[in-house]
Design a protein around this ligand. Structure first.
Ligand code: DHB
Length: 308
């Protein structure tokens, strides 16, 4: 039994897509809704439609992926229209918002609030792929200012998508800021590990075109970093719900995210490679692992990571 709840909402299971993957067009979102995923999130939107960066801008690798998409999206109105037509009885829908400025974010968030939908806002503080736009998630003063304005303007519960952090001082500082905002209800850890560089030896070349080949890493490369961030914020933000994201391609990976403290678990690179049928496989593998361990419900082990 994989049923769970997220902010009082019942879900069939804790799995969903990671923002950006299989969720840019309505047909892709429809496929997620039709799939066995427990929830879905829309592509991070900006105020207006964007083509994104030049191709090739995504590359799958033996151990994961690198991307520099550059926020290609249909513009916020498209996703709000999609959210207005979604059947929330079927599964929860998250709307990812990644405006290019605080003002743009406030405009989009105001539109989402005024639409009065049961959708969950996932505010993306961590897109690494738009040149000249530093991530608010890596500038704690900017992050605090963003949150002060958005939390006040939106009023309803919402969440943030964070970049990975690599230092305990940064876990402490970020958590302290997030804990100031009572309606900041959930934290999604992690976005891609930003600005990696993959080199093809044979051609002696980078493998994606934008930003001289620098891009966000996903897949196996990021699983330990993702688990560290999930558990770091689970420990530091006891009043908040954690969504795990990063490096999930098997039921065992899902189990590890849940053990580290995640309530929902997102799938990015592996969903891109395998398509929405991956949710069937991940649930089967998670069920089998739970059965082997004698667990009947996720609550039997969620957040119960042991230490030595
Ligand atoms: C993009 C990448 C991200 O990691 C993100 O959070 C938002 C957008 C992109 O390149 O489109």
């Amino acid at each position: 039994e994989l049923a769970t709840t997220f902010l009082e909402q019942p879900l069939d299971n804790p799995l969903m897509n990671a923002a950006g993957v299989w969720c840019t067009l309505a047909a892709q979102l429809d496929a997620l809704v039709e799939s066995s995923a427990g929830a879905a999130v829309t592509k991070s939107c900006t105020l207006s439609r964007r083509d994104g960066n030049p191709e090739p801008r995504y590359r799958a690798l033996p151990l994961g992926s690198i991307n520099s998409m550059g926020l290609p999206n249909e513009g916020h109105v498209y996703y709000l229209d999609y959210a207005a037509c979604h059947d929330y009885e079927r599964k929860p829908l998250f709307v990812s918002v990644s405006g290019l400025s605080l003002d743009d974010n406030l405009t989009i968030v105001a539109a989402l609030r005024e639409a009065v939908l049961p959708a969950f806002l996932e505010l993306n503080l961590s897109c690494p792929n738009v040149e000249g736009k530093p991530q608010p998630g890596y500038d704690f003063e900017a992050m605090d200012q963003f949150l002060a304005e958005v939390a006040t303007a939106y009023r309803r519960p919402f969440g943030v998508k964070l970049p990975p952090y690599f230092d305990f001082v940064h876990f402490d500082n970020a958590a302290e800021i997030l804990n100031r905002y009572d309606n900041l209800a959930f934290i999604t850890c992690i976005n891609s590990i930003g600005n990696g560089l993959v080199i093809d030896t044979e051609s002696e070349s980078t493998v994606i075109r934008p930003k001289d080949g620098f891009g966000g890493l996903g897949g196996d490369y990021v699983l330990p970093t993702a688990l560290a961030n999930v558990n770091a914020f689970h420990r530091r933000c006891p009043g908040k719900t954690i969504i795990g994201c990063g490096g999930v391609s098997t039921g065992e990976h899902v189990f590890q995210h849940l053990l580290a403290g995640a309530t929902l678990v997102q799938v990015g690179t592996a969903l891109h490679e395998e398509g929405p049928s991956i949710f069937d496989r991940l649930q089967k593998e998670l069920r089998e692992l739970m059965a082997k361990k004698g667990y009947t419900r996720i609550e039997d082990f969620r957040g119960r990571l042991k230490t030595l």
